[in-house]
Design a protein around this ligand. Structure first.
Ligand SMILES: Cc1cc2nc3c(=O)[nH]c(=O)nc-3n(C[C@H](O)[C@H](O)[C@H](O)COP(=O)(O)OP(=O)(O)OC[C@H]3O[C@@H](n4cnc5c(N)ncnc54)[C@H](O)[C@@H]3O)c2cc1C
Length: 421
């Protein structure tokens, strides 16, 4: 769609939040457009078929969710009903996160000991959060506990950062019902299909939102348009760095975004030769006593592949090390756990580099200690004309795709409430 010169509601960003807002406004009588900097919609929801086309490796087609993969809190996840309406198959296989497929790599007794230490850490943090004073989650690690580095590793997967950067109040606000499903052909495909009807302009990067006049003037890489109202859904790091600017400036929003930076989680997909020797939907992790280590999902959906997951400072180091570093690290770790034969059997197919993605600059938001209240500050409308959505504005499902979508719907309701009949 080409850029109109005037619109009732401009939505900035075509991720789950922006698409959620646009879908909620579709019968409102208001004209809308989603302005998206990338060539594609979906944002951090992105499915690729790895192994297809000009991949250097001959491999069967493999569904790879480069961003979100799990329908977290599936019994309360609004994308579940949407997937059903779109006839997209949902896989309810339990996630293997707390299990381990190879006893030799992590003996059952050691594993039970680790899970106990992990649960005790969560209990201490929860009890502290109930008192209502914020602090860094790392303060609730038991001093000297041998599992602390691995508990921190779990934080790098869940929060994208180590526990010293995580607010306990924010951690406790997150609602996890413990039910996690997947979309067989990709969560990214689900978000893409959901957003397909939305009017949008892709390859349209917004640089300035000028709300000094009667109407809001939006400068983009494709020209300027004027809007009655604007819903901003871009990731926090872009607001914090003022990569998208407001005039007059909105220091409260910039500060809130700085308190909610995006942590880093990166994934790598490896094709697996002779797959039948490994269990379907298995899990592999070593008792390495390090924070800097990957976690591996064996044969997701039974596919002939292994998906590796890295988080926090280690993921950042691997991105800095350049193309191929994530895959090389994953292969080294799997070989150390399962044997040298795997060096021959594994081939890199695709990997993410979310910190280097100019329109994400990270993976998902976490509140820094002392900044749990920033989510509500970021979400608050300005002047009845600027509205804010995106995963970071969700009070209890932040860092997720459904939390993002629901926040878009919330912002759409605010827009309609602020629109005089
Ligand atoms: C590796 C990884 C694993 C994850 N795993 C899960 C999971 O299992 N389950 C889950 O629920 N969630 C998961 N997430 C998180 C989930 O993907 C995000 O929370 C969600 O997709 C964010 O949606 P959003 O709309 O808030 O932001 P985004 O999807 O980032 O959308 C914002 C959009 O704004 C666009 N944009 C940015 N700047 C501009 C600009 N200047 N002008 C115009 N457009 C702009 C971006 O290109 C983007 O399309 C994961 C994320 C990552 C990276």
């Amino acid at each position: 769609m080409s850029l109109p010169s005037e619109i009732d509601v401009a939505i900035i960003g075509a991720g789950a939040a922006g698409l959620g807002a646009a879908r909620a406004l579709e019968n409102s009588g208001l004209s809308t457009i989603v302005l998206e900097a990338r060539q594609r919609i979906g944002g951090r929801a992105y499915t690729v078929v790895a192994g297809r086309g000009d991949s250097p490796v001959a491999a069967p087609d493999i569904t790879f969710d480069v961003g979100c993969g799990w329908l977290h809190s599936a019994d309360r996840n609004s994308f579940v009903e949407i997937a059903e309406q779109l006839n997209l198959e949902i896989d309810k296989t339990r996630p293997p996160w707390r299990e381990q497929s190879f006893d030799a790599a992590f003996p059952p007794k050691e594993r039970a000991d680790f899970i106990k230490a992990l649960d005790e850490f969560y209990d201490r943090a929860e009890a502290a959060a109930k008192i209502g004073r914020d602090s860094a989650a790392s303060a609730y690690l038991e001093p000297g506990n041998r599992w602390n580095p691995m508990i921190d590793a779990i934080s790098t997967y869940v929060n994208g950062v180590e526990l010293d950067s995580v607010s306990i109040l924010d951690m406790e606000a997150y609602e996890d019902t413990g039910i996690n499903w997947r979309v067989r052909h990709g969560y990214g495909l689900l978000v893409l299909s959901y957003g397909a009807p939305c009017p949008r302009a892709v390859n349209t990067k917004v640089t300035l939102i000028d709300h000094s006049g009667k109407r809001v003037r939006i400068e983009t890489s494709q020209g300027t348009l004027s809007a009655g109202k604007v819903i901003v859904t871009v990731p926090t790091n872009l607001i914090a760095d003022e990569s998208i600017r407001f005039h007059p400036a909105l220091p409260t929003k910039v500060d809130a975004a700085r308190g909610l930076p995006l942590g880093l989680a990166d994934k790598v997909m490896l094709a697996l030769d002779e797959p039948d020797t490994l269990p379907k939907d298995g899990s592999l992790r070593g008792a390495t006593m390090r924070t800097a280590m990957g976690s591996f999902h064996l044969r997701p959906f039974g596919q002939p592949c292994i998906e590796g997951f890295f988080g926090g400072r280690f993921a950042r180091e691997l991105e800095d090390a350049g193309d191929g570093a994530l895959a090389a690290q994953a292969i080294d770790e799997i070989v150390a756990l399962l044997g040298t034969d795997f060096r021959r059997r594994l081939k890199p197919l695709a990997a993410s580099r979310w910190a280097r993605d100019p329109f994400a600059r990270g993976s998902y938001s976490h509140a820094l200690p002392g900044h749990a209240g920033a989510r509500a500050v970021l979400a608050a409308p300005v002047d009845g004309r600027l509205f804010f959505a995106g995963e970071a504005t969700s009070p209890n499902f932040f860092s997720t795709a459904h939390g993002a979508r629901d926040s878009g719907e919330r912002a759409a309701r605010e827009v309609m409430g602020a629109t005089k009949p």
